[in-house]
Design a protein around this ligand. Structure first.
Ligand SMILES: C[S@@+](CC[C@H](N)C(=O)[O-])C[C@H]1O[C@@H](n2cnc3c(N)ncnc32)[C@H](O)[C@@H]1O
Length: 200
């Protein structure tokens, strides 16, 4: 059984030179192995629906469109830079996602887009206790490649996280993207934490 799963993962991973394309069902995303970064761009209709934004702290070096008035890239390291105004954050996926969401929560003037992985530690630690509201998008998004081409359908649903009043208002004003807006999250969610129960 385990061998079958490992073989399936191996079959779903193509490596061509320094550029790896991972397939998750019909969804493919590019990972630049030289920088260990993932380029997985927000569909422009999402930026149009919820923008404009003052800053995208994790934008591609070469981008097909602006996501905000100002951008930081991996060359700047947007996690270490000052953040100003309403921030748009579709962070790099992987082990650093929690660091980016922690920064979003600290800034408290941010709209973040991540997979709706409610079981993960980063969701438990940096979303539920700090989000002002959540918008679970209906269906699955198709993310874009840095050349501007649309990729396949994502392997998981997505959620927008409002940190702060302005981001929450953008979710309330939305008339174009279908989904469920979970508003007025209680300031104290009751959390039951059990030993030996960990997720990534
Ligand atoms: C999921 S993509 C989203 C891109 C863009 N924010 C958007 O919404 O379309 C994550 C981006 O973060 C960039 N990135 C990775 N590490 C970074 C860092 N330390 N500082 C700034 N950007 C970074 C990657 O190059 C990639 O373009």
């Amino acid at each position: 059984m385990t061998k079958q799963i490992i073989r399936k993962i191996a079959d779903d991973t193509d490596i061509v030179g320094s550029h790896e394309t991972i397939k998750l069902g019909n969804f493919r995303h590019d990972r630049n192995l030289e920088h260990g970064k993932e380029e997985w761009l927000t569909p422009p209709e999402i930026i149009q629906a919820f923008g404009p934004f003052d800053l995208d702290p994790c934008a591609p070096v070469k981008r097909p469109w602006a996501t905000a008035d100002n951008h930081y890239t991996i060359e700047d390291d947007g996690l270490l830079r000052p953040w100003q105004g309403l921030v748009w954050c579709n962070p790099p996926y992987g082990p650093k996602t929690g660091d980016w969401l922690a920064r979003c929560a600290q800034h408290n003037n941010c709209l973040a887009l991540v997979f709706a992985r409610t079981e993960t530690q980063w969701f438990q630690n940096h979303v539920w206790p700090h989000a002002t509201s959540l918008f679970f998008i209906t269906g699955r998004l198709s993310f874009y490649h840095v050349g501007g081409e649309k990729g396949g359908t994502a392997g998981a649903p997505s959620v927008l996280i409002a940190y702060g009043k302005l981001a929450d208002q953008r979710l309330r004003d939305n008339q174009t993207i279908a989904g469920q807006h979970l508003q007025n999250l209680p300031s104290k969610l009751i959390r039951l934490h059990l030993k030996n129960q960990t997720n990534e």
